[in-house]
Design a protein around this ligand. Structure first.
Ligand SMILES: [Fe+2]
Ligand SMILES: [Fe+2]
Length: 203
């Protein structure tokens, strides 16, 4: 089973087991188990798409590292790192990825930009996403604990064609936000425009 992959410790200064222990001690049980399932799904997608497993494992395990932080932590990080001040108009749903990547960099010692981008983009996507970022975006959406109308279709599409999975999720997410009357983070719209018209046509 691919789960026991070994880290070479050039992308994160610890062994996989040490990272898993740290996450187990930091996150709620529910979120910790979600993160492990995201890793499992992400590694499957990595194998299917010929992507290097080590950065996939690290990005998957770290993607929700900051999710339980209080708002103040994100607000001070936005200011400290001089991130886009428009971010202050959003909340945890956007912050834990976009700003959470900075917390992962500072606290876990991950400085690989591909990994950090995958974490940044895991809820909002991006017009351009590496295969690694696409894998984390999709694994978070279809991991075995997810249960929503259409999840089986999402799984099937994603295992057939990763890019079509990205389009599927992006379209569903935007439709959901609009239906609920919620704010759309501009990057989510950019993701939609880049991925959906080209990829997301119903069969
Ligand atoms: Fe997340
Ligand atoms: Fe997640």
């Amino acid at each position: 089973m691919t789960k026991q992959i070994k880290y070479h410790q050039h992308l994160i200064p610890m062994k996989r087991e040490e990272l898993v222990d740290k996450l187990g001690a930091t996150l709620t049980k529910k979120r910790f188990e979600h993160v492990l399932r995201v890793e499992e799904t992400a590694l499957e997608l990595a194998e299917e798409n010929g992507v290097n497993l080590e950065p996939v494992s690290i990005a998957a395990l770290c993607h929700d590292y900051a999710k339980q932080r209080p708002d103040e932590d994100f607000i001070s990080k936005i200011k400290e790192k001089k991130l886009d001040p428009d971010l202050l108009s959003y909340g945890n749903a956007i912050w834990h990825g976009v700003v959470g990547a900075e917390i992962v960099a500072d606290e876990l010692g991950v400085h690989d930009q591909r990994i950090l981008d995958a974490i940044r983009q895991h809820t909002v996507g991006a017009a351009y996403m590496t295969k690694l970022a696409q894998i984390i975006y999709m694994a978070d959406y279809i991991e075995p604990g997810r249960d929503f109308p259409g999840v089986d279709q999402a799984r099937k599409i994603t295992h057939q064609d990763l890019g079509k999975g990205v389009a599927f999720q992006t379209k569903q997410t935007l439709a959901y936000l609009i239906q609920k009357g919620q704010a759309v983070y501009p990057k989510t719209l950019a993701t939609y425009n880049a991925w959906v018209p080209s990829n997301g046509k119903e069969k």
